[in-house]
Write a protein that binds this ligand. Structure first.
Ligand SMILES: O=C(O)CCC(=O)C(=O)O
Length: 284
């Protein structure tokens, strides 16, 4: 992968000769980038599935006042398989395993079909099991309202995903600048555009365990048109990151510790307004 300086990149789409356009297949130890792996029909099915969901804005911490700032995640999200509430601290080996993950709705068939087709590629990353849980990220902006300018939320802070094994990512919508960084470095070690209907797989000591990754920007555009049930939010890219959480750590809301239940319940109430699954979780 190339490691360009994204700040020196001119505005507008990358030129067709740019190796960083995101339309070339890349396979390195611990990194796969598969452009157009998702078929046009699957892409359309994902777009309509995402449009049916009611993503939520989570806070990063249980006590946001203690940390200062708005405390909100940089974008609205929806989890399937297991919901890892940010305020519970996420599932993270070796210390954050219990009281993190609430059973969530199952993955739709369009996702499991794509994951099934990825088995040979996952094998190259040393995986024989498919991931059982995923985070859906909605990137976009809150439109102009009452004289206030629009606010862009098309980014994701530097982080690593701590679940065991490979992470698989699907992208739908406008291209995003995806970067791999070391926490104390100013420039990314690797950088590339991740495009509509592509798949990324990360694994191993470099890409998963050492480098952090982030999304610094998402291009504007209308093809495909993305929507969600979130009011006033203009979506222009949706990514799904699939992970594996051992079943032993996926709990019903009622089985969480009292403290964790108190933190998760207001979110489950929000989700239950549009989801029979989360309604049942609330009823215990
Ligand atoms: O949006 C992306 O492509 C990256 C998503 C990601 O890093 C995550 O969900 O952990």
């Amino acid at each position: 992968m190339a490691a360009p300086n994204p700040r020196s990149r001119p505005k507008g789409p990358p030129p067709s000769s740019d190796p960083d356009r995101g339309d070339e297949h890349i396979r390195e130890a611990g990194y796969s980038y598969l452009p157009k792996f998702i078929t046009a029909a699957e892409g359309a099915a994902l777009v309509s599935y995402f449009a049916s969901l009611h993503p939520i804005w989570e806070n990063r911490y249980a006590d946001k006042r203690r940390r200062g700032g708005s405390g909100r995640l940089t974008r609205p999200v929806y989890w399937l398989g297991a919901w890892q509430f940010a305020a519970l601290g996420y599932y993270a080996e070796p210390n954050h395993l219990e009281n993190r993950c609430v059973r969530a709705e199952p993955l739709p068939t369009v996702m499991t079909d794509i994951l099934e087709r990825l088995r040979p590629e996952l094998g190259l990353h040393g995986e024989d099991a498919l991931p059982n849980t995923c985070l859906i990220n909605y990137y976009g902006r809150v439109g102009k309202s009452e004289g206030k300018p629009p606010v862009d939320y098309a980014r994701l802070r530097m982080h690593r995903d701590a679940e065991p094994g490979a992470v698989v990512m699907f992208s739908v919508g406008q291209p995003a600048q995806f970067e791999f960084v070391l926490p104390d470095a100013t420039e990314p070690k690797h950088s590339q555009w991740v495009r509509n209907r592509s798949v990324v797989i990360l694994s191993g000591p470099e890409y998963k365990d050492t480098l952090y990754h982030r999304v610094t920007r998402v291009r504007y555009g209308q093809d495909p048109v993305l929507t969600s049930k979130l009011e006033a939010f203009e979506v222009r890219r949706i990514s799904v990151s699939f992970r594996h959480v051992p079943d032993a750590y996926i709990h019903d809301l009622a089985d969480l510790s009292e403290d964790a239940r108190a933190i998760a319940t207001p979110y489950v109430e929000q989700l239950a307004a549009h989801s029979a699954h989360f309604q049942r979780q609330l009823e215990g």
